[in-house]
Design a protein around this ligand. Structure first.
Ligand SMILES: Cc1ncc(COP(=O)(O)O)c(C=O)c1O
Length: 361
């Protein structure tokens, strides 16, 4: 009866990949499938997006799981590897490694690898999370080259503010990237693959497209920008989280609902109880007024979200036990729910729990 479900639309995934190609027609696409493809299921996403030129994951384990599932495209491990055993395993599985710190350069030198390994050298151009500082990048590059076990070697960076169109940061980061690239390519004598753009870069900063783009959130149908809807960007939601109404109850004016009695009816009304809660990954901090769709009609969430249920104010909306409720997805953008709950759709997607049944649409 309760029936909380997570529907994954493969048609929407295909559509969004087409949208990436339309926005960055001259770039190869590294589809980001880290964190279980932002909670959508890495295997199904990678299988569906078989026409992507490669995939990106955060950690070695994620890459190994994709290889074990039969995914043969290039897979980049964004955090790289940290021990010789991990390095050997990565090479055995033909993974592409990001090298973002000196220790990883030393690890590559240390390991007597039998076969070549493809490497992205990550530059810190201003985000200051991972990456080699421009001053150290040239010597790291030379060391990697002279280790003589590098297959393809490319240059990569990540933007801190590509979603902020007014910010000077992206252009500053791009300029720092180009300066290092110029030295490494001896003013363009050599060519090196380059990768900079995430979804926001793809949609708003064409100068950053380069050889490979790295779309994440736009593939899943959400907007990377706080003030533009996914629909206006031509994206379609991939994940739809639904459940059912498990009770419809009258509530008298002046009576509260839920833990803490935090919401009180200002008129006689009807309360719908939806079979989903924070135990399923719905955000506990979603406030009164967060929209829920009941059979296509928007009603406001009222009262606190509990572990297994949440409550909505039905007012005079005709609704009955068993009606389908959409928490986000088709008809109700995840971005809108996320904003209400003080977070981003990335987090909503990643937090749906194993209790929710997955379905491929
Ligand atoms: C290094 C790197 N590249 C690309 C992406 C994709 O970003 P987005 O989901 O905003 O497109 C991420 C995601 O956080 C990332 O860490």
């Amino acid at each position: 009866m309760r029936d909380a479900r997570l529907g994954i639309s493969t048609a929407a995934l295909h559509h969004n990949l087409r949208r990436v190609r339309e926005a960055a027609p001259y770039s190869r696409v590294m589809a980001m499938v880290k964190a279980d493809a932002y909670g959508h299921g890495a295997r199904i996403v990678a299988e569906t997006l078989a026409s992507a030129d490669g995939f990106g994951v955060a950690i070695l384990e994620e890459a190994l799981a994709l290889r074990a599932a039969g995914i043969r495209q290039p897979i980049t491990v964004l955090e790289g590897v940290f021990t010789p055993a991990e390095m050997f395993e990565a090479v055995r599985q033909n993974l592409t490694l990001v090298i973002h710190q000196e220790e990883q350069v030393a690890l590559l030198e240390q390991c007597k690898l039998s076969g070549p390994v493809n490497v992205w050298l990550k530059l810190d151009t201003g985000m200051h999370r991972l990456g080699l500082a421009p001053e150290t990048a040239v010597s790291a590059f030379r060391r990697i080259r002279s280790a003589r076990i590098t297959g393809e070697l490319g240059l990569l960076t990540h933007f801190a503010c590509a979603d902020q169109l007014e910010s000077p940061m992206t252009e500053k980061q791009l300029a720092r990237f180009r300066a290092v690239q110029q030295v490494l390519t001896r003013n363009g004598e050599l060519t090196l693959p380059e990768s900079m753009a995430n979804s926001a870069g793809i949609l708003a900063w064409p100068a950053t497209h380069g050889t490979w783009v790295r779309p994440g959130i736009m593939l899943y149908g959400s907007s990377p920008f706080p003030d533009q809807t996914a629909e206006s960007l031509g994206l379609r939601p991939v994940m739809t989280l639904t459940s059912k109404l498990i009770a419809v109850r009258p509530l008298k004016k002046g009576e509260p609902v839920g833990y803490g009695a935090s919401w009180v009816a200002d008129r006689d009304t009807r309360i719908g109880v939806v079979g989903i809660g924070y135990g399923d990954g719905y955000p506990r901090h979603a406030p009164h007024g967060t929209p829920v769709l009941i059979e296509g009609r928007r009603v406001p969430l009222v009262g606190r979200v509990s572990m297994d249920m949440l409550t909505v104010d039905l007012g005079s909306v005709p609704a009955q036990v068993g009606d389908t409720c959409v928490l986000w997805g088709e008809g109700l953008p995840a971005d809108e729910v996320a904003t209400r709950a003080g977070t981003i759709s990335y987090e909503l997607f990643c937090k749906v729990t194993a209790r929710v049944r997955r379905e491929i649409w």
